[in-house]
Design a protein around this ligand. Structure first.
Ligand SMILES: CC(C)=CCC/C(C)=C/CC/C(C)=C/CC/C(C)=C/COC[C@H](O)COP(=O)(O)O
Ligand SMILES: CC(C)=CCC/C(C)=C/CC/C(C)=C/CC/C(C)=C/COP(=O)(O)OP(=O)(O)O
Ligand SMILES: [Mg+2]
Length: 282
């Protein structure tokens, strides 16, 4: 296989849009936590963003490495089953990115380093230890995704300041992960994974996902009600919530497109968080 083709496969393997999006979450967490992201804190914020991008890319690469047999059924278009990169190449990409995440995380305050180490262990362990346990894998991915906000806050010395964003992102991600597991039942069952839909049924799982999302949507009024964010946040979070809620209802009939729509609503919610911090209260 040509080096050029392997390089393209390596980039695709990391799901760069996810990795960059995760970096944006970290930067948002630092910003909402009051960090001077373009001023005095710019070095630590940049290090935290780079660490998150590397860690997420590494996590996606190692996940595809461990999932390579499942993905032959679930996702034959993924780089390894498609032959765009070898399994060994995928493992080397993951190791390189994990090393990049560790090196940049070491530039951060102790609380951020501790969270990065914890997350890196979770990322490596996720596929082999947690993914096949009903609901546990979903909670791990939810925690990892939400923790990017805490990681950004920790980088500027306020690890819990973006705690509300952590909770909202974690819960909504659990809902999306449940919908994705319903979509992946065929391959997961063939590989002997006992995901939530396989353990308790697809519809019951989707009802749990919908209920969790409703809790997160109600809770998303919190930053406005207790005065953290102003009306700019409200104007954007309401349509974001609506997009995610409609998608979760549609997941009962079409989980594949529903999970993509939930993700679109999530990105709109991130814009709401940023606007909430950027536009003064009033
Ligand atoms: C109710 C409310 C306001 C919730 C807020 C939700 C929010 C802001 C979520 C953030 C989600 C986000 C934009 C994450 C960045 C990308 C990322 C790291 C996603 C985690 O993905 C794991 C997934 O298994 C990857 O699958 P796929 O996306 O299909 O490649
Ligand atoms: C803050 C630091 C240092 C790390 C955080 C790293 C982040 C943001 C992780 C978010 C979750 C994520 C993108 C993890 C990557 C690997 C993973 C768990 C993917 C999910 O795998 P599957 O459950 O197989 O679903 P797919 O169908 O998407 O492969
Ligand atoms: Mg996978």
């Amino acid at each position: 296989m040509s080096m050029r083709r392997q390089a393209r496969g390596a980039i695709e393997l990391t799901r760069p849009l996810n990795a960059i999006a995760a970096g944006v979450l970290t930067g948002t967490g630092a910003y909402v936590a009051g960090g001077a992201i373009l001023g005095a804190d710019r070095v630590v914020v940049l290090a935290a963003v780079v660490a998150t991008v590397c860690a997420t890319g590494a996590g996606n690469a190692v996940n595809d490495y461990f999932d390579r047999e499942i993905d032959r059924v679930n996702r034959p278009d993924r780089p390894i089953p498609r032959g765009a990169i070898t399994a060994r190449g995928a493992l080397l990409v993951s190791l390189g990115l994990f090393a990049g995440a560790v090196v940049t995380a070491l530039l951060l305050p102790p609380a951020a380093i501790a969270l990065a180490v914890f997350n890196l262990v979770l990322l490596v362990a996720y596929t082999e230890l947690f993914k096949g346990l009903p609901g546990v894998g979903n909670v791990v991915v939810g925690f990892l995704t939400g923790s990017t906000f805490l990681f950004g806050g920790a980088a500027v010395g306020s690890p819990l300041e973006a705690g509300a964003l952590f909770v909202l992102a974690a819960i909504a991600t659990v809902t999306r992960e449940i919908i994705k597991d319903v979509e992946d039942v065929a391959g997961d069952r063939e590989e002997g994974l006992t995901t939530l839909p396989i353990a308790i049924g697809e519809r019951r799982s989707l009802w749990i996902g919908l209920a969790l999302l409703v809790v997160a949507i109600v809770a998303s009024a919190g930053p406005f009600l207790w005065g953290t964010f102003g009306r700019a946040y409200l104007v954007l979070i309401v349509p974001a919530d609506a997009v995610m809620l409609v998608a979760a209802v549609q997941s009962f009939s079409d989980p594949a497109s529903a999970q993509r729509r939930v993700k679109a609503g999530m990105f709109l919610a991130v814009i709401a968080f940023i606007a909430g911090r950027a536009v003064p209260l009033g």
